[in-house]
Design a protein. Structure first.
Length: 391
C-alpha cells in the first residue's frame, strides 16, 4: 500500500491540485459564541425496546481567532458542547452527560503571487450517545462510545478562483481512537492517509472543468480487520453565476483493494446546487456517493449514498426559518451477506433576533434509522429551544 501511495504522489505532484477545501480567514469571525438550550426527546435510547422520553439541557461555546499578516494568515478554531440529560436507569443509559470538544489550528503562507502553502492540525473528542456513531448498527447498547480523532494536513496550491487554472496537492493523515466499555470499539481504531489531487481549468468566466484524483489508505490497528487501499477519479464542471447560483457536478468511479478479500468498485459522484433566487431566500441541494470506512466490522467495503435539501428564508430583520431534509443509504459488503442502513433526518427551525448579538431559536427534529436485517429499526424525535449570544 505504501508503495502505491508513493507512486501516486510522484505522478500527481507535477500537474495536479487538491480538492481539499481550505478554511477562510476572516477578521470578522466571531471570537466567542455562547448558547444554552433546553432539550426534550421521546426516545432517549432508541436501541432499547422501550421508548422512554427525557428532558435535558445543553451548553455550547465556540469561536475563532484570526491573525492576518503580510504573506501569511492564521486561524485558531475551538468549540465545546455539553449535553446533560435526566438521570436514567443504568439498564437504559449508562451515562447522562455527553461532551464534545474540538480545537484546530490553520495556517496559510503565500510563497509567491501564485503559490500557496496550507497546513492544519486538529483534535476532536466526541461522546457518542447510544443510537449514534458505531452503535447505530447494534441492539441493546447502553454505554457511551468516546471517539478521539486527531488529524494533520499539508497542501501546496497554485492559482486562485479567478485564475485560468488551479493546481494543488494535499496530504492528509487522520487517526481514530476509541474508549469505552463496548467490546466492538477496538475493531474501528485506524490510521487513514489520503492524497488528493485536482486540476481545474477555466472554460469561461463562469465555468470551470475539474479533474480530481484520490488515493486513500485505511490501516486498522486490530489484527482481525483487513487494511484497504482506495483509488477514486472524479471529473466534471463547476458553474458560478454572479455569486447567486453555483452548480458543481463531478462523476466518476472508485476501486477498493482489501487484503484477503475480493476487490470492490463502483460509481462515485459529488453534486451540489447553491441557489439564491432572492436576497432573503437560500436553497441548497447536495448528493454524493463514495466508498467509506464504514461502521460494520464485517464489511470489506461500505458504499454510502446521500441526498440533502436545505431551505432558508429571512422573513424580516427579526425572523427567519429553515428546513433540512437528509437521507442516506449505506451498503455494507459483508462476507456472508449484504446489508443496508437507511437513515432519514428532518429538521425545521425558526429564529428570532432579539438584538444584534442575541438570538432565540426553536427547532424540531425527527430521525428514522432502519437496518435491512431488521435488527435495528427506530424513530426518534427531539425539540430544542436555545438562546445564543455573540461576542
Amino acid at each position: 500500500m505504501h508503495k502505491s501511495l508513493i507512486a501516486a504522489a510522484a505522478w500527481l505532484l507535477p500537474f495536479t491540485c487538491s480538492a481539499q477545501s481550505y478554511t477562510e480567514y476572516d477578521k470578522n469571525t466571531d471570537k466567542l459564541v455562547l448558547s444554552n438550550a433546553l432539550l426534550a426527546t421521546d426516545n432517549i435510547n432508541p436501541l432499547k425496546s422501550e421508548d422512554k422520553s427525557a428532558l435535558g439541557w445543553q451548553l455550547d461555546a465556540h469561536g475563532a481567532l484570526v491573525a492576518l499578516g503580510e504573506g501569511q494568515q492564521y486561524k485558531l478554531l475551538y468549540g465545546a458542547t455539553l449535553n446533560q440529560w435526566q438521570q436514567q436507569p443504568a439498564s437504559l443509559l449508562q451515562d447522562n452527560s455527553f461532551f464534545q470538544g474540538e480545537i484546530a489550528a490553520h495556517g496559510r503562507w503565500h510563497l509567491s503571487q501564485a503559490w500557496q502553502l496550507n497546513g492544519s492540525a486538529g483534535y476532536q473528542h466526541t461522546d457518542q450517545m447510544p443510537g449514534t456513531g458505531l452503535s447505530r448498527l447494534r441492539e441493546d447498547i447502553v454505554a457511551t462510545d468516546s471517539r478521539k480523532y486527531s488529524d494533520a494536513q499539508l497542501g501546496l496550491s497554485y492559482g486562485h478562483d479567478a485564475s485560468a487554472r488551479r493546481l494543488s496537492l494535499n496530504y492528509h493523515h487522520g487517526a481514530v481512537r476509541y474508549s469505552g466499555d463496548n467490546a466492538y470499539l477496538d475493531e474501528f481504531e485506524l490510521d487513514q492517509t489520503t492524497l488528493t489531487g485536482t486540476i481545474a481549468f477555466r472554460l469561461s468566466a463562469a465555468t470551470r472543468f475539474i479533474l480530481e484524483l484520490e488515493n486513500q489508505q485505511d490501516d486498522y490497528l486490530a489484527v482481525t480487520r483487513f487494511d484497504s487501499d482506495k483509488n477514486k477519479v472524479l471529473a466534471g464542471i463547476e458553474w458560478d453565476y454572479s455569486g447567486l447560483t453555483r452548480i458543481k457536478a463531478l462523476v466518476g468511479a472508485y476501486k477498493r483493494e482489501t487484503e484477503q478479500r475480493p476487490d470492490t468498485d463502483g460509481s462515485a459522484w459529488q453534486l451540489s446546487l447553491n441557489y439564491r433566487p432572492r436576497e432573503d431566500t437560500g436553497i441548497r441541494i447536495e448528493s454524493s456517493q463514495d466508498s467509506v470506512a464504514g461502521d460494520s466490522e464485517l464489511a470489506s467495503d461500505s458504499r454510502m449514498r446521500s441526498l440533502l435539501l436545505e431551505l432558508t428564508y429571512r422573513y424580516s430583520q427579526l425572523w427567519q426559518w429553515g428546513l433540512l431534509l437528509n437521507t442516506s443509504e449505506t451498503r455494507f459488503e459483508e462476507a456472508v451477506q449484504v446489508r443496508f442502513l437507511d437513515e432519514k433526518l428532518a429538521r425545521v427551525w425558526v429564529a428570532l433576533a432579539l438584538q444584534q448579538q442575541h438570538q432565540f431559536r426553536l427547532s424540531l427534529q425527527y430521525k428514522d434509522n432502519q437496518l435491512s436485517d431488521n435488527t435495528v429499526d427506530y424513530q426518534q424525535s427531539q425539540i430544542m429551544a436555545s438562546w445564543q449570544y455573540r461576542f
